[in-house]
Ligand binder design. Structure first.
Ligand SMILES: C[S@@+](CC[C@H](N)C(=O)[O-])C[C@H]1O[C@@H](n2cnc3c(N)ncnc32)[C@H](O)[C@@H]1O
Length: 284
């Protein structure tokens, strides 16, 4: 192949003006704030996207993205590129302790067989909803009639596919207690590339769907007993956080709970929630 057929995608540079256009579009569509310091990050992530599309300049990419046909097909991929998906099984374990030691025994006393409904909003690659499923299956084992369902959503279709595939590197599941691993995980036969897959009866408890928290309202099928929305709001500004929390509250039953990430809070927000523990809030 002649040298001219090669494009050095990794040297393509975003101008400040292009960065501004893209970051305000990203903010408008996803609520994610990208300060100027994130320009290099955005540039390098988009270089891969340009390469995939065979587009050879940022100008051409932006023209495509802002065109009528381009926008509909590209915006989802664009948001895939910018979302930060860091997550873990049993991340912030105090929340799962609260669930199994305080919330569930109380819920069971009062409701017994009414199916518990949970929502993992901003579920990333699935570690959070699958952790919830394992904790709830453990509880169900000793509590006859107890049942539950988990709805899990994210803005990124790419990361949702990883969640649905439910295959993880073995080191990712090290944190899961052995007793749970034995019941809820399957090991790959390929020991050169050791992976695990979440067992079918755990996967069956979680329904995944794309949902953008910037939507004007959330048309979920259920109203929930508990919503986990952890480490998602940090990417939004204060006003967007407040609006998202109010929309989440509209999908929580009276007396139900909202659980946020360790660095998120509702301090000085106008929301119908009362703090019961750090980052655990009850709808009033
Ligand atoms: C850092 S991960 C947190 C995952 C998990 N909740 C946890 O705490 O481990 C943040 C997730 O929020 C998602 N996200 C960002 N903006 C969103 C939006 N506007 N609507 C829905 N999900 C969004 C990202 O795609 C990402 O998967």
């Amino acid at each position: 192949m002649p040298v001219n057929d090669f494009v050095d995608f990794y040297s393509l540079q975003l101008t400040d003006e292009e960065f501004k256009r893209l970051s305000s579009l990203i903010y408008q569509e996803s609520g994610i704030k990208l300060p100027p310091i994130k320009k290099v990050m955005l540039q390098s992530r988009l270089q891969k996207r340009l390469k995939h599309l065979g587009i050879t300049s940022f100008k051409e990419y932006i023209d495509f993205l802002f065109s009528r046909e381009g926008f509909d097909s590209e915006i989802i991929h664009m948001l895939d590129v910018v979302s930060t998906n860091k997550t873990d099984f049993f991340r912030e374990p105090a929340h799962f302790e609260f669930l199994s030691q305080e919330f569930l025994p109380q819920y069971y006393l009062q409701n017994k067989t009414a199916p518990l409904k949970l929502w993992s909003a901003g579920c990333s690659s699935g570690e959070e909803p699958y952790t919830l499923a394992m904790v709830l299956l453990e509880f169900a084992e000793n509590h006859p009639g107890f049942s539950f369902s988990i709805f899990a959503s994210d803005i990124s279709t790419r990361i949702l596919q990883t969640a649905i595939d439910a295959i993880y590197k073995e080191e990712k599941v090290e944190v899961i207690p052995l007793t749970l691993k034995r019941k809820y995980l399957l090991r790959s036969k390929d020991r050169q590339n050791p992976t695990v897959k979440i067992a079918p009866h755990v996967r069956a408890k979680v329904n995944f769907a794309r949902l953008n928290l910037m939507d004007s309202q959330y048309d979920t099928k259920d109203i929930f007993d508990i919503v986990f929305c952890r480490n998602v709001l940090i990417y939004f500004d204060r006003l967007t956080q407040e609006s998202v929390i109010n929309k989440l509250c509209s999908r929580i039953k009276p007396g139900g709970y909202l659980i946020l990430g360790h660095s998120e809070s509702i301090l000085s927000m106008n929301v119908a929630l009362k703090q019961v523990k750090p980052t655990i809030y009850r709808k009033v």
